[in-house]
Design a protein. Structure first.
Length: 380
């Protein structure tokens, strides 16, 4: 029987897959249907509770696609396993909402959706950087309130970023894409903090510096900071691209904010809890020249008291990956993960997932986070 708030694709499918939110595009449904799946999709916009997700498993559930707003831990994975669950995919690249160890204990492979969010998320980080530095939100509110009476030499003075220093915390795919955009587009010097050196990024910056020099321009520089604090002191813009785990929760706290330049910009498109949001509110209140651009929040969807009232903070509702191409790509990867895992395909062993978006996708599950732990065969 179809539950209210759920819709069904391919009702005769032999394998049952639940999807806790409707996803954009049509291709992802085709992928699951072609793998013999009956696909049950929750059409409600409300976040499903663990009890509601357990109820959706029912007596039999082979696969599931879940959301970053849901907590997939021991409770859900043991219930999923009991219902016959064999394949889970997060509809996100981030997986701090998933207890990977619990899934692995139950022998359940967990997929995610990397590679299709890189440029889209980096572009939003750039948008937030300039919106904050050039006071876009604040001046738009001023205008819409009918307060613009005349051009003025001192109206909404902001910060010029060209030639200054951009710092990225986390030099993975998205951090690197953002760094390149700021380096190439705005000739900013780069300082990055990451546990591992990003040699490709350093080589790229050196080559780009030589290119600029050959054209009579100042070369950009790139260096890896030994400590986060070193980066915070040096950078005019700091953009966060790290994962959220115990080592990065409240990485940016009151002490670290105090080390930043008083007129610096901080941007977060990773996960909210990397910044102590109450400390950020206090810092932005005390330093009106300091600016923040935030896509993510510590206790989403709630904002820390005072944050929404601050004119020096630009805030958007976790939409950094929200382009049609990216969100449809994420849906394709999540579906290909679940379809591949349910039909016994190996795990894709490369970082480039673009072949899965083409007409002849490889016979593999594109991104399985615990493939090695589960001893899955690899492909590619
Ligand atoms: C992700 O995929 O982790 C993003 O946060 C979604 O926007």
């Amino acid at each position: 029987m179809v539950q209210p708030g759920w819709k069904i694709h391919r009702p005769d499918g032999a394998l049952r897959v639940i999807v806790t939110k409707d996803l954009p595009g049509a291709r992802w449904v085709e992928i699951l249907a072609a793998a013999g799946c009956r696909v049950e999709v929750c059409t409600s916009a409300a976040v499903l509770s663990r009890a509601e997700i357990r109820a959706a498993f029912g007596g039999r559930c082979d696969g599931a696609i879940g959301q970053l707003t849901e907590e997939w831990g021991e409770e859900l994975f043991s219930a999923f396993k009991a219902a016959g669950g064999r394949a889970y995919s997060n509809y996100a690249v981030g997986f701090n909402n998933v207890d990977l160890a619990a899934a692995t204990r139950h022998g359940i492979p967990v997929g995610n959706t990397p590679g299709v969010l890189t440029e889209t998320t980096a572009e939003m980080a750039v948008a937030l950087t300039f919106a904050a530095a050039r006071r876009v939100g604040e001046s738009e509110r001023f205008l819409r309130a009918g307060r613009y009476t005349s051009w003025l030499p001192t109206l909404f003075l902001g910060e010029l970023l060209r030639g200054k220093t951009v710092g990225i915390i986390g030099a993975g795919r998205i951090g690197e894409a953002y760094a390149r955009m700021m380096m190439e587009g705005h000739k900013m010097d780069l300082v990055y903090y990451d546990l591992r050196a990003n040699d490709a990024l350093e080589r790229y910056a050196a080559d780009y510096g030589r290119f600029l020099q050959a054209h009579g321009q100042r070369p950009v520089t790139c260096r890896r900071a030994p400590q986060v604090d070193d980066l915070l002191r040096a950078a005019d813009v700091v953009s966060i691209h790290t994962v959220l785990d115990v080592s990065t929760r409240h990485l940016i706290n009151a002490e670290r904010l105090a080390r930043m330049k008083p007129n610096a910009v901080i941007v977060n498109t990773s996960r909210g809890p990397v910044i102590d949001e109450a400390a950020l509110v206090a810092h932005c209140r005390a330093h009106p020249e300091f600016r923040a651009g935030l896509d993510v929040f510590e206790n989403e969807p709630r904002l820390a008291p005072g944050l929404a009232e601050l004119d020096n903070v630009v805030i958007v509702p976790h939409i950094a990956s929200a382009t049609r191409w990216t969100r449809e790509g994420m849906a394709i990867l999540a579906a290909a993960n679940v379809a591949g895992l349910l039909t016994g395909a190996p795990a894709w062993n490369r970082t480039d997932v673009m072949p899965f978006l083409g007409a002849a996708p490889p016979p593999a599950a594109p991104s399985v986070l615990n493939a090695k732990e589960l001893g899955m065969p690899l492909y590619g």
